[in-house]
Write a protein that binds this ligand. Structure first.
Ligand SMILES: Nc1ncnc2c1ncn2[C@@H]1O[C@H](COP(=O)(O)OP(=O)(O)O)[C@@H](O)[C@H]1O
Ligand SMILES: [Mg+2]
Length: 346
């Protein structure tokens, strides 16, 4: 919404002052005529009033313009940062322009305030998510330890099992904290990307090896299409390894038993597109745009059981964005999902 601000222009003010001056002159002449010091004549009155008007108009117009330029320019500069004072002076309609600029500035500031308010809301949500996520494992650990202290320690049937469960929850807390650290480092630009040229298919094979056992447990097969041709890319190898690890891990965690995960490499002109695709549970359309949010998980218990923190995809997105690359997701609920991202060729 554009705010309407009424402003008196130098022109308008000068007309008013000039008219006043002309009226004063006429009054003076009437007064002098009345005193008998002056011989009244319409033409002289008319000419002197006109000359008075024009003279006063020009003087006040020039003075006002100068004053306005001196007064308004600093303010105007803050808002619109014009290139130089000279070009600014050239603009005949300073106030009209200022009027529009001030209105635009108001709109811009309002948008900025809206954005800050949104960030504030996001920050509050984030804090409550973090504390909630940490509280869950912490309370479980507390429960196990209390049980152990209250006699469970001597009970051979549960003592080991409870310690193992407590250990699992501690690991969960550690992975949440590690993920949070990664995110905050990326967001604060504290992570320097170490660009290098490397071959992507060998990195994919390394990631497959790391996740082989996990996949095998669910009977999920891992495929790489077009593995014979080497593809060199220019990126931070370790960070891209994190991206691939997260995407393949998700494809296993949210895959179907005896399903498959396939990575395709597509050759685009200056880039390559890496596509991680699965025939798993899929993602409903309405969640698609939210899955990259921090802590967003569609099925919290499924994610938690598989050790997920809900931070994986947001880390993935951050890493790719800091490489100035994009990630795309396609998914059909019940059929499968595919995540693809681009990388610059070496
Ligand atoms: N390949 C996939 N298939 C189905 N759903 C997925 C897939 N990848 C991610 N998701 C959904 O997106 C959510 C967010 O993923 P992510 O950020 O990796 O968190 P996490 O795996 O820790 O839950 C997951 O909880 C899951 O619901
Ligand atoms: Mg994940």
């Amino acid at each position: 919404m554009l705010m309407k601000i009424e402003i008196f222009t130098p022109n308008r003010i000068s007309i008013i002052i000039g008219t006043f001056a002309a009226l004063l002159l006429v009054l003076l002449e009437v007064f002098l005529a009345w005193l008998g010091l002056y011989k009244w004549s319409y033409s002289i009155v008319f000419v002197s009033a006109s000359v008075g008007f024009i003279f006063v108009y020009i003087i006040s117009y020039l003075l006002l313009n100068k004053l306005l330029i001196n007064k308004i320019f600093p303010l105007y500069k803050i808002i619109s940062e014009p290139k130089n004072e000279q070009s600014f002076k050239k603009s005949l309609n300073i106030l009209k322009k200022a009027n529009v600029d001030v209105a635009n500035w108001v709109v811009q500031k309002n948008q900025e305030i809206d954005r800050l308010k949104k960030n504030e809301k996001f920050r509050r949500e984030f804090l409550s998510n973090v504390s909630h996520e940490l509280k869950t494992p912490l309370f479980s650990i507390q429960g196990y330890i209390t049980t152990l202290l209250e006699g469970g320690l001597e009970d051979e049937s549960i003592n080991r099992k409870f310690l193992e469960k407590a250990d699992k929850n501690i690991n969960r807390m550690i992975s949440i904290i590690q993920d949070l650290e990664t995110i905050s480092k990326i967001e604060n630009n504290e992570i320097e990307l170490h660009y290098e040229n490397f071959e992507i298919t060998s990195l994919i094979k390394e990631i497959f090896e790391m996740l082989e056992t996990k996949a095998a447990k669910r009977g999920i097969k891992l495929f790489l299409i077009n593995p014979s041709k080497p593809y060199f890319v220019h990126a931070d190898r370790q960070r891209i390894a994190d991206v691939l690890y997260n995407l393949v891990l998700n494809s296993i965690n949210y895959g179907k038993d005896n399903g498959h995960t396939t990575i395709y490499i597509h050759d685009l002109n200056e880039k390559i597109l890496v596509e991680v695709s699965d025939n798993g549970i899929g993602i409903e359309e309405k969640y698609l745009e939210r899955i990259f949010e921090r802590f967003f998980r569609i099925d919290k218990s499924r994610s938690r059981d598989s050790g997920g923190t809900g931070l994986g995809l947001s880390i993935v997105k951050h890493i790719l964005e800091s490489h100035q690359q994009n990630i795309y997701v396609k998914s059909t609920y019940g059929v499968g999902s595919s995540f693809s991202f681009t990388l610059n060729k070496a």
